[in-house]
Design a protein around this ligand. Sequence first.
Ligand SMILES: O=C(O)CCC(=O)C(=O)O
Length: 262
Amino acid sequence: MDENQIESYNRNGYIVIEDMFTLEEVNVYKNEVSYFESKKKLPNVICEDNKIRSVFAPHMHSQIYANLYKDFRLLNIVQNLVKENLYLYQYKLNLKEPFLGKWWEWHQDYPYWHFDDGVSTPDMISAMIYLDDAKSYQGPLMVIPGSQKEGIAKFKDKGNLDKNDILNSLSSNLKFTVDDTIVKTYADQNGIQVLELRAGSVVFFHPNLFHASTGNLSPYERDTVIITYNSINNLPVSENSRPDYICSKDNSVLTEIEKIVL
Ligand SMILES: O=C(O)CCC(=O)C(=O)O
């Protein structure tokens, strides 16, 4: 990473590295997704309308995913941005089925990690790897540049949605979403970027960045992997800690794998 890329991440709250993974690599990760189709009963496989929305901790079931989060290309960038020793905090596949895949409302990730898990600073970063070419009609990630500077933004009133129910952070009705007026203020100021990217591209984003995505009404899949890294000096402290597959208890410091044998 050069200084300009680091400055761009600090200003915008995200950076895109196009074609970081080759199509050959992406095909391996994509094929592995089908392993979870028959695993819908597992607690870490989250379904909506009987379709898989997210698979948490895929590395606990798949050697292929167990290698991916240590890939030197990912760790190199994350290390340059967070500047601390890192461990794997959260890992998931977000699968948006053709015709049915549901949206993600405007939200920040950090409130979940702060309030549910007791993480005290946003010294974290997520890497979203596209496993499909994603056009606007498939519901790719949308971001509002610079919105991470708001810190934890005022939440939208979600009526009596139970904030203690962990499932309310996993479905399309999210418990912590950003207040509409704040979203509009930032969108008016900085615009909304729709990240239409090729498979193999990666978005690195800050935990306080406002982001969202629309449903997938297209006949094409929109599969992604999201890996969240945390600083080893920022371990969560919560009395009601969430399951390991959502908030990893394994805080071994990550070291890079140079060449992953697929
Ligand atoms: O998959 C997406 O489009 C957005 C996912 C997201 O925002 C999240 O998992 O927090």
